[in-house]
Design a protein around this ligand. Sequence first.
Ligand code: ADP
Ligand code: MG
Length: 492
Amino acid sequence: MLYGSFRSRLVLGVLLLVCTSVFHYPFTPLHILLDSNILIFPLVFSLAKRFKRGTDLEKISIMWGLLASCTLFRVLTPLLDGKSYSGLQTDEIVLILSMLFFRFLLGGLMIYLIESALDKLEIDERMAHMSEKFKQETDNFQQITNMVPLSIISIDDNYKITSINDTMMKKLENRLPNIKRSDVLFLPVFDLIHKLKLNEEKELDRLLEIIFLKHRFMERVTCSGRVLHIFAAPLVPQAPGQIGGMVLVIQDVTEEELIRSELDHVERLTLVGQMAAGITHEIRNPMAVVRGFLQLMREKSSSDMDSYYQIVMDELDRANSIITDFLSLAQSGISSKEDGNLHDVIEELAPLLWADANLRGQSVELKLCDSLPVLRLNIKEIKQVVLNLGRNAMEAMEPKGVLTLETRCESGMVELLVKDTGCGMSEMELEKLFVPFFTTKDQGTGLGLPLCLSIVERHGGTISVDSRTGAGTVFTVSFPYEAQEKATYAEV
Ligand code: ADP
Ligand code: MG
C-alpha cells in the first residue's frame, strides 16, 4: 500500500477488509475492525507521500511505526474476548517476543530488498537510456562526418586506420576501384599510402614524416595534379588506457584555386578595361575638335580637296562609332530596368528598319505573336540589340533579301528571332562570333554582337545562332519571365 498510488492503496485496503470479513472468526465488527488494521489506514494514506520521498532509513522507520501500530491492535484483540496476558508462560512470552522481533526484522528487510531492486532497475534503465543516446550521438556524428566535403581519416597509436569517412572512401574508390571499407579499416596507414603510390610524390614526404612523428600539421600541397589542403592533428588520450593516435583532414581545393586564379585574371582584365574605357572617352574630345576644324578647313579650301576631307571625316566618324560601341560594352553590369513589352520596342524601330532596308532594296517582315508578357527591360539597350541584329542581317543580304523579326512566347521564355536570307556563316566564323573586334566587314568594328550579348546577359537572357553558309542566319534572343508575369499579358 505504501509503494502504490492512491487508487491502488484504496483497492488494497478494500480487499484486505473484505478478506478479513470473509475469513475471520469470530465474525464481529469489532474483531474485523481491529484485525483488518483499518484503523491505521488513515495513517498509511497520510504517510505514503512522505514514505515515497524518504531515504531508505526513513522508509524503514515509517514501516516500523506502522507495524508497531498494527501490533498494538493485534495485542488488544484477545483482550476484547475477555482473555488476559497475566497467566502467560515464559516460553509463550519468548515466542511472542521472537515473533515480534521477526516481524520487525522482516518488515525492514523487505523495504531494504525492494529499495535495492528498485535502485538496480533505475540504474539499468538509465544505462539503457544513456547507451541509446550515445548510439544516437555516434550515429549523428558519423552522418555529419560523412556529409562534409572533407576527407577524414583517423589512425591509432600503431598507425592503423581506425575510421574513414564516406568522402575519403569515394576518393579512394576513384583511385582503387575494387577497394572496400573493410579492406582499409585496421590497415597500417603507410600501406595505404603505398597502395595509392603516394610515397612517390615528393611533396608528401613531409606529410609522411609528420604522420610518423604524430605532429600537428597544416599545409597546402599539390599531389597528382590536385591542390590539397591537409590538416593533421594528434589525438590526445583523455584518460589512461584510452587510444591516442591522429586525425587527418584533407580538403580538395583544386577548383577553388582555379576560380581564385581566374578571378585574379578577371580583376586584372577589368582594370585594363576600365583604363581603356577612360582613355577612349578622353580621346573623343580632341577628335571632336579635329573634326570641327576639318569642317572649317573644308569650307575654306578649294572644292577639289573635298573628297580628301570627306575621307578623313568619315574615318573620324568611324573611330567615333568604335569608341561608342566600346564604351557601351565596357559599361558596368547594372542598368536601370522598367516594365516594358518587346513588341513596343520592335514597333518603334520598324520605320527605321524599313527605311534602311528600302535603301538596300530589301524588305522587312514582322511576325509578332498575339501577346507577350511584360518584361523588366532597359528599353534603350534592347533597342540597341534589335538594331544591331537587324543591321547585321541587312548587311549580310543582297538586294531583295528579306529580314524577318519574329516573336514567340514558350515555356517561360520570350523569344525574339531575327532571320535573314543572307550569306550565312561558316563554322569558323560561328566559333569567333561574339569575340570582341571579330569582323568580316571592311567598315565593321566587331563590337556589335559582343555588345548585344552583354546587354542580353544583363537581362538574364541568352542569344543562340543558327546559320549555314549561303542559307541565311537566325539569331534567337531569349528572355526568361516569371510565371506570375503571365497574368499581365500585354496585347499587341
Ligand atoms: P560588325 O557588324 O561590326 O562586323 P558584329 O559584332 O556585329 O560586328 O558582327 C561580327 C561579325 O559576325 C560580322 O562581321 C559578320 O561576319 C558576322 N555576322 C553577324 N551577323 C551576321 C548575319 N546575320 N549573317 C552573317 N554574318 C553575320
Ligand atoms: Mg554589326
